[in-house]
Design a protein around this ligand. Structure first.
Ligand code: NAD
Ligand code: WQD
Length: 346
């Protein structure tokens, strides 16, 4: 809280990309923790109805500005209106790996120009704290599992991944040059799930690339069958292994990161955000079936180019420093995902 003339004011956070999947859940978590949320989004991969969901869940509709973060002068006008913010959570980015391979400059332009504009405007308006959406993709195919924040980064295998590696470096250099700025780089593993209310969730455009929405759309009979990419990996059951983290747990980690910086956390901090547990594709499919009682027809398909056989997080640093851990049971995550999918289908 900030006191203005005896009136308590909630601390304001700018959430770029706040109408999107992770941003809308984080807006809920922020508002439930007493922050005042302003969403900057150009709705290029989201729908404004997500903020109706946030409003229904929390009783407060975040202020919304339709703005392209890659457009400096438009973004500057938005920042000018909210120069009293104490922090920025920067989600706004394109995120489809395959699309980034097909159209690299679109990805570099959107993701890097957006970030650079945000950094310049935070400096101009003296907003000190940044939380950045990074990704486990920065680890490539790791030699040792689980990966810690010290695991060496590998050259990006897609332009999308490149924007995360470069984004992290741009932030490090900027904070180094302007020590009044602080940043937390959050490396998400595989976010899945929806709010337990079923009012907000992931809204993939067209045919989903990611496993979880493909499973729910197959269960809902929107897709006839799930293609399971590869059953001959060198993993316990032959299927790829990932660290699937509940989006509501992920959202809480952003609040923890902000509170950490607001209470003195300095410089640039980096945290893995995962459960610390690897699950195979088939374990997720079976887990979904047992959590919901709904069958998921699947067939084994060839390996997908570029897939890492196995990766999961050591998330103990976030637990020690941020006092955060991912603790939603998988069955609850899967039940919420299905509730959201059914609401969409209806
Ligand atoms: P999303 O597409 O649902 O949300 C991104 C939001 O940003 C959308 O609302 C979109 O309209 C907006 N946006 C994109 N470019 C913009 C621009 N130039 N100006 C304003 N708004 C813009 O994606 P998400 O899954 O919520 O991902 C959020 C962030 O987390 C992204 O940076 C993504 O790269 C990162 N991330 C996502 C995952 C994942 O699997 N979902 C994993 C690791 C990292
Ligand atoms: C998970 C597993 C597939 C779809 C991607 C990005 C990464 C990050 C998260 C942003 C793999 C298998 C999938 C299907 C399948 N995003 N699968 N059938 O590839 O781990 O990570 O999203 O930063 O950068 O690369 O996630 O959900 O696509 O795949 O068998 O129809 O599911 O082969 O083993 P991935 P995913």
């Amino acid at each position: 809280m900030i006191v203005h003339g005896g009136v308590f004011m909630a601390k304001k956070i700018i959430v770029t990309g706040g109408a999107g999947y992770i941003g809308s859940h984080t807006s809920v978590a922020l508002q439930e923790s007493g922050f005042d949320v302003v969403v900057f989004d150009n709705l290029s991969n989201s729908n404004i109805s997500s903020l109706d969901g946030v409003a229904k869940i929390t009783g407060t509709r975040p202020e919304f500005i339709n703005v392209d973060c890659a457009d400096f002068s438009a973004l500057r006008s938005a920042f000018m209106l909210h120069r009293d913010a104490v922090g920025v959570i920067h989600f706004a980015a394109f995120k489809a790996v395959g699309e980034s391979v097909a159209n690299p400059t679109m990805y570099y332009r959107n993701n890097l120009n957006g970030l650079i504009n945000v950094l310049d405007l935070m400096r101009e308006f003296e907003i000190p704290n940044l939380v950045f959406s990074s990704s486990a993709t920065v680890y490539g195919t790791p030699a040792v599992l689980p990966v810690t924040e010290q695991t060496p980064l590998q050259p990006a295998t897609s332009p999308y991944g490149g924007t995360k590696v470069m984004g992290e470096n741009i932030i490090r250099d900027t904070v180094h040059a302007y020590p009044q700025m602080h940043a937390t780089l959050l490396r998400y593993f595989n976010p899945i799930g929806a709010h337990p209310s079923g009012l907000i969730g992931e809204l993939p455009n067209g045919v989903p690339n990611n496993l979880m929405p493909y499973i729910t759309q197959t269960a809902a009979r929107i897709r006839p069958v799930l293609n399971v990419f590869g059953d001959d990996y060198d993993t316990p059951d032959g299927f790829c292994v990932r660290d699937y983290i509940d989006v509501n747990d992920l959202a809480r980690a952003h609040v923890a990161a902000l509170n950490y910086m607001l209470s003195g956390g300095d410089g640039v901090s980096v945290f893995n955000l995962g459960t610390g547990r690897g699950l195979s594709v088939m374990e997720l499919v079976r887990g979904f079936e047992s959590a919901t009682g709904v069958p998921v027809p699947y067939k084994i398909a060839p390996r997908r180019a570029g897939d890492v056989p196995a990766i999961w997080a050591d998330a103990s640093l976030a637990e020690r420093v941020l006092k955060w851990r991912a603790d939603t049971p998988l069955s609850e995550t899967l039940a919420s995902t299905w509730r959201w999918q059914k609401n969409q289908s209806n």
